[in-house]
Design a protein around this ligand. Structure first.
Ligand SMILES: Cc1cc2nc3c(=O)[nH]c(=O)nc-3n(C[C@H](O)[C@H](O)[C@H](O)COP(=O)(O)OP(=O)(O)OC[C@H]3O[C@@H](n4cnc5c(N)ncnc54)[C@H](O)[C@@H]3O)c2cc1C
Ligand code: SF4
Length: 326
């Protein structure tokens, strides 16, 4: 049985208190929301924070508010189940509810939050293992070691961004509100990510993700397709999030395609998406755009299934996603 390492638990009652605690405890503290990513990682000793600051009692983080005209604000502590089952989100942001509803299992979606999903640790076959397993192979640079075991000559870590909702939120052009003792700031959600398996997030250590802001649906159609080994349970090996807007005559006026689980950050295929603008969707156009978008995915041998399979299936999934929006 894997046990949690010892830690001190702080339970702030509001966001200001949480921000003060996080700032006061410094880098030895970590935020915990649902704990469905962090607690398993702590049991495997990927993280051993002496202090955890739990957000469960911060009611303000559990709200969904807004309107079709203004867009919606999702508190970072809203559970994935709530998002997946929300009727308005289902109707106007279907890619998001599909992605939230595809995360792991019902029990974990009841605990796991949209904030925790957005800030999920990057994953790798050589890293998401027990301490004993990692010790036996000499560790890797993401935790306790010196080299990358996937690409030993590489100076960097290639662990994979595996959150289902992240590529969708980027395709929807969502924003993130970050709070700290220094105040608040709102950034495009895409700016939260960087291509670095060890430091995948740009937010400061003392910042808390307080909410995700969805723009008004305003005619956008969206879809999320997920490839995984077991349909009932697994992390994505590939996620395709596409959002398109059409003119009355059926030509595409705006397009975004974002790929998940293909790099250390969600990858936007902007050049490919641009080729859709001003065109009507046809099978030929979709196939050529999908082939171009798939070039943005450069899978390494650190996830489930073979690289070759993942490479071959990427354009097929992008094609299916775009076809679903026809
Ligand atoms: C068996 C299993 C299967 C899974 N399958 C999937 C899957 O298919 N797809 C998927 O995307 N995920 C999957 N997960 C991961 C996880 O369940 C989800 O990503 C979940 O949404 C994480 O949310 P949480 O609230 O539990 O995060 P936590 O574990 O509480 O936190 C995750 C990280 O985010 C930070 N954090 C959380 N909230 C905030 C905040 N408001 N501000 C700042 N930092 C914050 C924490 O410090 C931590 O580093 C799986 C997990 C397990 C155990
Ligand atoms: S990509 Fe390399 S450094 Fe990163 S977790 Fe995997 S083996 Fe470790």
């Amino acid at each position: 049985m894997l046990r949690l390492p010892p830690f001190r638990y702080l339970g702030p009652r509001n966001l200001d208190e949480a921000a003060r605690m996080l700032d006061g405890e410094g880098t030895q503290a970590m935020i915990v929301a649902g704990g469905t990513d962090l607690y398993p990682n702590m049991k495997r000793r990927q993280f051993t924070p002496p202090v955890l600051i739990g957000l469960r009692q911060v009611a303000a983080l559990k709200q969904i508010s807004g309107s079709l005209e203004l867009g919606y604000r999702l508190g970072a502590g809203v559970t994935l189940t709530t998002i997946a089952e929300h009727p308005i989100l289902q109707e106007y942001y279907p890619a998001l509810t599909t992605a939230a509803g595809s995360v792991s299992t019902p029990q974990l979606r009841n605990m796991g939050t949209i904030g925790g999903n957005t800030l999920l640790d990057t994953r790798c076959n050589y890293y998401n293992q027990t301490e004993f397993w990692r010790h036996s192979i000499g560790y890797c640079m993401k935790k306790d070691g010196d080299i990358c075991l996937v690409a030993p000559g590489s100076p960097r870590c290639w662990a994979i961004s595996s959150a289902d909702t992240a590529p969708v939120l980027i395709s929807l052009n969502a924003q993130a509100r970050l709070a700290s003792v220094d105040g608040e700031r709102v950034i495009p959600l895409r700016a939260l990510y960087q291509d670095d398996g060890m430091h995948p997030y740009t937010k400061a250590d003392n910042e808390i993700l307080s909410e995700i802001i969805l723009p008004p649906p305003d005619g956008w159609r969206s879809v999320y397709l997920k490839l995984r080994r077991r349909g009932s349970f697994d992390f994505p090996i590939l996620g395709v999030a596409a959002a398109l807007r059409f003119a009355g005559d059926g030509t595409v006026t705006d397009a975004r395609i974002t790929l998940g689980a293909v790099a250390s950050h969600p990858v936007e295929a902007a050049e490919a998406a641009a080729q859709l603008i001003g065109q009507r969707l046809t099978p030929d156009l979709i196939a050529s755009v999908a082939a171009l978008a798939a070039k943005r995915a450069k899978p390494l041998d650190n996830a489930d299934l073979t690289i070759n399979y993942r490479k071959q299936v990427t354009p097929i999934y992008i094609r299916r996603a775009l076809s679903a929006l026809m």
